[in-house]
Design a binder for this molecule. Structure first.
Ligand code: UDP
Length: 486
């Protein structure tokens, strides 16, 4: 009995704090499961609305006895989806409402002898570490104050993160704000990225005035993250061999664990689907529709959980898709139209004209869709989860980036890794038609792209296998957390 008690006292207990958006919750929840699978206690702290959605399904709690879901208020409307313009408001609300409550919670969880807490929850050891989302930096102050080590999971790509880190240098060199409107002007001063970047490929907030609240929000995050003990990335070493060493020049401890969703499957097994982290209801009928399509014929179109389109853009995309002649599965969220235009998310012509060759869904099981043999191309907004899921599935991509890191990712997809085409900043129907055809039709261009993405898919498989870098880095992270040396 006493040995059991001692073991429990010495085990690691980590609090995970995701940013309240789908693209941040999914990788954080994968990390939570990986840590719990290794016997670590995890408190997964979500804002109230997301907590309700995540805990409605009991599969995870039943499977991982050391996974504890907790909630914290954020004072935001329940259905507020973050946008680049609302980031500042969300951040202010988290700071004013959530921050003091987080301090109280950390103090309680860190106490070795707090019977009141431990008698009301499953017995778990005192809190030994906090892993925050890389843009929840207010939590660094709190963890420092309470005296608990803090790590960050950065849910963006390594190339975007490195770009962010170098933005203060670009400002100092006078490259930001842009002096004129030439968006093709090369950016040559980010080490490791000299040959690739143009102004239009920099994170989207670089297009804002530098005194804009959203620009300031990102600058604060860039500054604050230098204070964490280590950073975890959802990438693998063979994907970013030039960028990771650059990051290591400024951040002494990094763990690359990607693709996290694949590492989870490799370590824990295949029987829990990605649906456990989904905040929306999935339309699974699309899988039957895919079954009825020819192998490699369908272009899957999904712009993630946050992107907004104007009605004009939506119709240009639709005409382009129809004119390309390719079957398509398109995720059109009911909240996808820009504000003031949401009286009807899918215009009538879109629904009518789709019947023959397309399937429109509100939300789909994306990982499963990408793995389906009918899917031959992925038109994406280049969110990092979508991109790494596309790489894992070996599916060539067409990129239409909109927000923040997506601008950098799409450049890497198009010109860095050469696993797709970048359609950045254009969306007229003839460009869409041309690019969908180029992506989907036999020819040298598709063959090159396919070869390249297939190669990265194989490297990703190696990364999450027992000899692979992500697998070994996870072992190291678990060891460091257990020995409390992070
Ligand atoms: N996703 C999904 N079903 C959909 C659309 C998206 O499950 O119909 C998932 C997708 O697999 C990814 C996440 O939502 O894991 C979106 O994250 P990403 O970083 O790509 O974009 P964001 O939503 O943050 O812009």
């Amino acid at each position: 009995m006493s040995t059991e008690m001692e073991e429990s006292e010495s085990a690691a207990h980590v609090l995970l704090l995701p940013f309240p958006a789908q693209g941040h919750i999914t990788p954080m929840l994968s990390l939570a499961q990986l840590l719990c699978h290794a016997g670590i206690h995890v408190t997964f702290l979500s804002t109230e609305h997301n907590h309700r959605l995540l805990t409605q399904r009991r599969a995870l709690s039943a499977r991982f006895p050391t996974l504890h879901f907790e909630s914290i208020p954020d004072a935001l409307p329940p259905d507020q989806a973050p946008t680049i313009h609302s980031l500042h408001d969300i951040s202010s609300s988290l700071r004013s409402v959530t921050k003091p409550l987080l301090r109280d919670l950390l103090i309680t969880l860190a106490k070795k002898d707090d019977e009141s807490y431990r008698s009301t929850t499953i017995r778990c050891p005192p809190l030994s570490c906090v892993i925050i989302d890389g843009i929840m930096c207010f939590a660094i102050d709190v963890a420092e104050e309470v005296g608990i080590p803090v790590l960050a999971l950065r849910t963006v790509s390594a190339c975007s993160f490195w770009c962010y880190s170098c933005i203060p240098d670009l400002i100092q060199q006078g490259q930001l704000p842009f002096q004129d409107q030439d968006m093709d002007h090369p950016i040559r001063d980010i080490p490791g990225m000299e040959a690739l970047l143009r102004r239009r490929d920099l994170p989207s907030f670089c297009r804002m005035p530098i005194d804009h609240p959203s620009f300031k929000f990102f600058m604060e995050q860039i500054e604050a993250i230098t204070r964490v003990s280590a950073i975890i990335f959802n990438t693998f070493d063979d994907l970013d061999p030039l960028i990771l060493p650059q990051i290591a020049t400024r951040f002494h401890k990094i763990y690359t664990l990607g693709p996290l969703h694949a590492l989870l499957k490799s370590r824990v097994g295949d029987d829990l689907s990605s649906s456990v982290s989904s905040l929306r209801h999935e339309d699974r009928r699309c899988m039957a529709w895919l079954d009825s399509q020819q192998s490699g014929s369908v272009i899957f179109v999904s712009f993630g959980s946050l992107a907004k389109l104007s009605r004009v853009q939506l119709l240009e995309f639709w005409h382009g898709l129809i004119n390309s002649g390719k079957p398509f599965l398109w995720v059109v969220r009911s909240d996808m139209l820009s504000s003031g235009q949401e009286e009807r998310a899918t215009p009538v012509e879109l629904e009518d004209g789709t019947k023959e060759r397309g399937y429109i869904a509100e939300w789909v099981p994306q990982e499963e869709v990408l793995a389906h043999k009918a899917v031959g191309g992925f038109w994406t907004h280049s969110g990092w989860n979508s991109t790494i899921e596309g790489i894992w599935a070996g599916v060539p991509m067409l990129c239409w980036p909109q927000l923040v890191d997506q601008q950098v990712n799409s450049r890497w997809v198009g010109e860095g890794w050469k696993i797709g085409l970048d359609m950045k900043d254009t969306c007229d129907r003839s460009t869409v038609e041309k690019m969908v055809r180029a992506l989907m039709e036999e020819g040298d261009q598709r063959e090159q792209i396919f070869k390249s993405v297939d190669n990265f898919a194989k490297l990703a498989r190696h990364a999450v296998s027992e000899d692979g870098s992500s697998y070994k880095n996870l072992e190291k992270l678990i060891e460091d957390l257990n020995e409390k040396i992070v």
